[in-house]
Every structure is written in structure tokens, then in C-alpha cells.
Design a protein around this ligand. Structure first.
Ligand SMILES: [Zn+2]
Length: 344
């Protein structure tokens, strides 16, 4: 199979495995299986992240991260009428989840479907259906179960603290658009698995040893706070912010010079720009005004690294997201170019 088609098919599988931050066991074991299928060694970190090692020509070690956790929610409480109040996991606006199908995951392994609605969900009934503020206290989950009281919901095994995941609604269009929830950052996990496939099938050995860090708490701020000590350079592969006055779009790979956590490493960023130029990639250098990455988490965690941030542009991030085959491919090629770089 063509690598780009593998990447997109893998993204589809990934977005359909529910994995809000901290609820990533199943999706992580899928990533582990794929990586091991290409012959690479993996190990779990104590907090459930995955590290994949690709031996290089030298012992010098670089890291690439992508996060497999997504936005989601938890049950805050069960109402007297048998709906669920929710509390967000990660940062999003309530408008972006209104009218979405979702799934509630009980701690004993059952799951139930439902829909996220406001507490005034129909214009035929409620005066304030349109005007009601879309804030946490006005949102709830309508379960697809015959329940009309708190006790009946509890009898399903549902309780406060259960995870709620949002259905992805994945579509891959003929013109190359890939639209789905959770492209942040499962699109990049797909790209990194595509890189492993390429290295394996073409028997390529990168110049430096590569550790892929698949993190599982990025959306709540501490994803890659721990990374293996031998990593000298660390690149977060995460979505490129697009819109307003930014230069990025879904067909480009963004190279981020600065986000809310501060500037990225000057020389490493320059090298990535040089690779993108040399390979004639469709790229853009941007700054992301409201953004932090796994590199930010790694630096705050005290790691002695220099870091950079790259990734395919994602439209309407943290809402109904969309990227493009070309953006994924440009990101893939930039990573391969980086892995071919000779040691200075
Ligand atoms: Zn992200």
C-alpha cells in the first residue's frame, strides 16, 4: 500500500478508538502493535505513554513526539431526570460539541451512546433554545437508554468520573481532504507510523537513533513532561494552527517559530526550514498565538533538550477539524529529511 494511503487509513482507525487524555490504553496498544509490526522495539512510560526506538547509525539520539490523547469530557454528575452533566477534559468551546454523538465509558468496561445537547435543546419547546449561553452548566448528555431518573442511570453502572468521548465522524474525500474530530493529534500519530513503515520497508537507517514519544496527556498540559534522557533534540509533530492572519493551511506543513510557551530553538528551527526549502516542500513558518506543545511540556519538565514544532495545517482545530493529504505528505517528507540529516 502507498504510504500516504496507509497514513490516512491509520488515522481513520485511530480517531475511531476513543481516547480522551488519560483514557488511552486501547489506542496506545494499537499504536504499539503497529510499531512492533514494522519491527521496532517499544516500551511504556509509567504514565502510559509509548516510546518507540529506531536504531540509527550513531548513538546520538533525537526524539519526535505526537500525542494520541484527544479532547473529551467526564461525567460530572447525574441529574434527577436521567441526563449527565459533564466537565471538559482539555480546552474547547461548548459550541463545538453541541449536537455531537458521544460515548460514555463506565469504569467496569461498559459503554453507552448518547448525544450532547443544551438543556433547552429544541426550538419547538424552549424560549431560550437559541439564546441560551453555551457553557458547561447548560450542557448535558442525553443517553440512548430508557432512563428518566438518577437511579435508573446509576443502575447502568454510570457514575461521576466516567469518561465521555466524542464521536469522530471521519471522512476522506477524493480531492484529498481528511475531515474528522481528533486530527489533533492523531493525524501526526498516523504520519509517524507512516515514517516507521517507510524506514522498515525501504530498510533505511536514520543517521541518529530516533525515539518516537507517543504521549497521552498533552491536551491537559503535561504530555511529554518525561522523555528518555538520551534525547538531545526533540521535535513535536502536532497540528499547524491556521486561520486569521496566519500563513498556514491544510495542504502545507507549518514550522512553528513561537507559541504561547515561547520561542522554539533557533538553530533547530532554521535547520528544519532549510530542509523544507531543499526538498521543495510546501511549508510555512508561523507563530501560533494560543498554543503549547509536547516540547513545551518536555522543557517545563526540566529536560535538557532543544525543541521545535512542526505539523500539517488543521482547520477549525478543537472543533470539527480538517486537514489534507498534501499537508500530511509535506509533514512526512520534512520528518524524513530531518532523519537523513548528517551529524554535525
Ligand atoms: Zn495537539
Amino acid at each position: 500500500m502507498e504510504t500516504i494511503e496507509y497514513i490516512i487509513q491509520t488515522i481513520e482507525k485511530l480517531v475511531n478508538i476513543p481516547s480522551p487524555s488519560g483514557f488511552t490504553e486501547e489506542v496506545m496498544s494499537f499504536v504499539k502493535q503497529e510499531a512492533e509490526g514494522f519491527g521496532y522495539q517499544t516500551e511504556y512510560t509509567k504514565k502510559g505513554g509509548l516510546v518507540v526506538t529506531v536504531p540509527g547509525k550513531t548513538k546520538r539520539c533525537v526524539g519526535l513526539s505526537a500525542h494520541v490523547d484527544t479532547l473529551g469530557a467526564m461525567v460530572r454528575s447525574i441529574t434527577g431526570k436521567g441526563t449527565l452533566k459533564l466537565i471538559p477534559v482539555g480546552g474547547f468551546m461548548m459550541e463545538s460539541i453541541e449536537a455531537s454523538y458521544c460515548r460514555v465509558h463506565t469504569r467496569d468496561g461498559r459503554s453507552y451512546t448518547g448525544t450532547i445537547l443544551t438543556t433547552s435543546p429544541s426550538v419547538h419547546t424552549y424560549d431560550d433554545a437559541r439564546s441560551m449561553e453555551r457553557v458547561e452548566k447548560n450542557m448535558e448528555v442525553r443517553l440512548d437508554e430508557l432512563v428518566a431518573s438518577k437511579e435508573e442511570v446509576e443502575a447502568l453502572g454510570i457514575s461521576a468520573g466516567d469518561y465521555i468521548s466524542f464521536d469522530a465522524n471521519f471522512r476522506y474525500l477524493e480531492n484529498g481532504f481528511v475531515k474528522s474530530r481528533h486530527l489533533d493529534d492523531k493525524a501526526s500519530v498516523g504520519v509517524l507510523l507512516g515514517v516507521l513503515k517507510e524506514l522498515h520497508e525501504k530498510s533505511l537507517t536514520p543517521e541518529r537513533t530516533v525515539k518516537l514519544v507517543i504521549s497521552n496527556y498533552e491536551e491537559v498540559g503535561h504530555g511529554a513532561s518525561y522523555i528518555p534522557q538520551e534525547i538531545e533534540e526533540f521535535i513535536a509533530v502536532d497540528m499547524g494552527a491556521v486561520g486569521d492572519d496566519l500563513g498556514g493551511d491544510e495542504r502545507k506543513v507549518s514550522i512553528c517559530a513561537k507559541d504561547s510557551s515561547g520561542p522554539y530553538d533557533y538553530q533547530l528551527t532554521n535547520r528544519l526550514i532549510a530542509i523544507a526549502k531543499e526538498k521543495k516542500l510546501d511549508y510555512v513558518v508561523d507563530v501560533f498565538p494560543h498554543y503549547g506543545s509536547d516540547v513545551s511540556a518536555a522543557l517545563k519538565g526540566g529536560n535538557n533538550i532543544c525543541g521545535a514544532l512542526i505539523g500539517q495545517g488543521v482547520s477549525a482545530s478543537h472543533s470539527m477539524e480538517r486537514t489534507h493529504r498534501q499537508g500530511l505528505w509535506n509533514t512526512f517528507l520534512l520528518i524524513l529529511g530531518y532523519l537523513e540529516e548528517k551529524n554535525e
